[in-house]
Design a protein around this ligand. Structure first.
Ligand SMILES: Cc1cc2nc3c(=O)[nH]c(=O)nc-3n(C[C@H](O)[C@H](O)[C@H](O)COP(=O)(O)OP(=O)(O)OC[C@H]3O[C@@H](n4cnc5c(N)ncnc54)[C@H](O)[C@@H]3O)c2cc1C
Length: 404
């Protein structure tokens, strides 16, 4: 078990500095443009691939760190740069995590590298769970997976909603119902390889924030994937389904749920990066902006806002680091992962709103970045489990009861 420490190792500090510098030099200068364009920022992600930030190695290094802190530290810096571009860089990681959580070692070796491609030719991954009628309630997925014994293929049909990199990804990981009667316990995850017929992009959403990140529907129309694309393999799935049918419950988590649980501290770190960006910016602004003959920070009303902002930001970081460490060292016992994501997301929304207030009229315009940070922060209370779902997870964990 790794020691929990607030002192980052030399390697972690190096990674932190390296990502921060990339955020300063490449991400921040591009943020406004790609927010306005509302398009996937290929040139920026290609730059990230060239330096090794958009790469399997980077993710593996982060995920392999026994203290768990490398990834949240790096993500905070990336999202400090820009959340839309940050999501464009991190989005493939969700598909990779979905494969790693449910796949066999052979499947990981085959598919995870394809979620990133190479610096010469980047590839993208998408993790497709949510549907128009099933977001928080992932047990009600309607997308069906039916096995065709004659060809040893799985046939997928359905529509996925709000999918990051949906339709533009090379590798789509799709969670589908194999036995809908078993609800969440009757689901399995499948890899849909690049270029598979029948998978197409539906509508591309126009969004409130993280607009450089591509979000779209994914339509699956008679999509046929080889048997080896079932993550975890058929034997394991059949055993799980049999147990679920026999006992009425398998005791195993739904595939989508296990992915989201493991990635929660990382999502908290995204929100933290945005919050810190807004805090730092508004602190400097408050020292320079004069009203009534003195810097506005000389008013307690402004100075106390900033004091509260940094207190909440530091509290969020402590929860995130604890959760990231706990995930690697013994596992969550009372919803620590959810706590970290819940706290950091809510803090990011409040802090970015306060930042707008501190900048006054300028803060409300697109000439200054704080309104973008506010729009970008909001997604964190919604995706990968809304704030209410995080509260539910925590409430169930602390009570041992199936709170509705
Ligand atoms: C930009 C963006 C990117 C996304 N990327 C992905 C992706 O890559 N892959 C993917 O699979 N999905 C993705 N999503 C989907 C996202 O995870 C869902 O939108 C989210 O889980 C919420 O589901 P919903 O929208 O159906 O809301 P609903 O589940 O309909 O919830 C609506 C409201 O009701 C509340 N609510 C629901 N159930 C309860 C309950 N039991 N108790 C209390 N309150 C409740 C919710 O908290 C929320 O406030 C993305 C969404 C967005 C907007």
């Amino acid at each position: 078990m790794a020691e929990f420490s607030l002192h980052l190792s030399d390697e972690q500090k190096q990674i932190q500095d390296w990502v921060h510098q990339f955020a300063v030099d490449v991400i921040r200068p591009a943020a406004h443009e790609w927010d306005e364009r509302e398009e996937f920022p290929y040139p920026v992600v290609e730059e990230a691939a060239k330096v090794g930030l958009y790469s399997l190695d980077f993710m593996m290094n982060g995920m392999g760190d026994p203290s768990g802190l490398t990834l949240p530290v790096a993500i905070e810096e990336m999202f400090w740069g820009d959340a839309g571009i940050g999501m464009a860089i991190m989005g493939s990681g969700l598909a990779a995590a979905g494969i790693a959580a449910n796949g066999t070692p052979e499947q990981m070796i085959e598919w995870v590298p394809q979620c990133y491609g190479t610096p010469e030719k980047i590839q993208l991954g998408a993790f497709c769970v949510s549907e128009p009628d099933a977001g928080s309630d992932v047990s009600s997925l309607r997308t069906r997976a039916v096995y065709d014994e004659a060809t040893d293929e799985w046939v997928l049909n359905g529509t996925k909603a709000w999918i990051t990199n949906g339709g533009i990804a090379d590798v789509h990981v799709v969670v589908a119902a194999v036995d809908p009667d078993l609800k969440g316990r009757g689901q399995a995850s499948f890899v849909v390889p690049p270029g598979t017929k029948g998978l197409s992009q539906g509508q591309k959403y126009k969004k409130h924030g993280i607009r450089a990140s591509h979000t779209a529907e994914v339509v699956l129309d008679e999509v046929r994937v080889p048997g080896r694309c079932l993550l975890g393999g058929k034997e394991k799935l059949e055993a799980k389904l049999a147990r679920a049918r026999e006992r009425g419950k398998s005791g195993e988590k739904q595939p989508a749920m296990s992915t989201f649980e493991a990635t929660r501290p990382a999502v908290g770190a995204q929100a933290l990066g945005i919050a810190r960006a807004a805090y730092e910016y508004s602190l400097e602004y408050a020292k320079e902006r004069h009203a009534f003959g003195k810097p506005i920070i000389m008013n307690q009303a402004i100075a106390f806002k900033l004091a509260n902002m940094i207190t909440e930001i530091d509290a969020s970081r402590l929860l995130i680091w604890r959760a990231a460490w706990t995930a690697k060292n013994g596992g969550f016992t009372h919803g620590e992962g959810s706590m970290s994501k819940y706290k950091a997301s809510e803090v990011a929304v409040r802090v970015t709103e306060e930042a707008i207030q501190i900048l006054g009229g300028y803060g409300y315009t697109r000439e200054y970045p704080v309104e973008r940070w506010h729009r970008d922060a909001k997604i964190h209370t919604i995706f990968e489990g809304t704030s209410e779902i995080q509260q539910l997870v925590i409430a169930r964990a602390i009570s041992g009861l199936r709170i509705e």
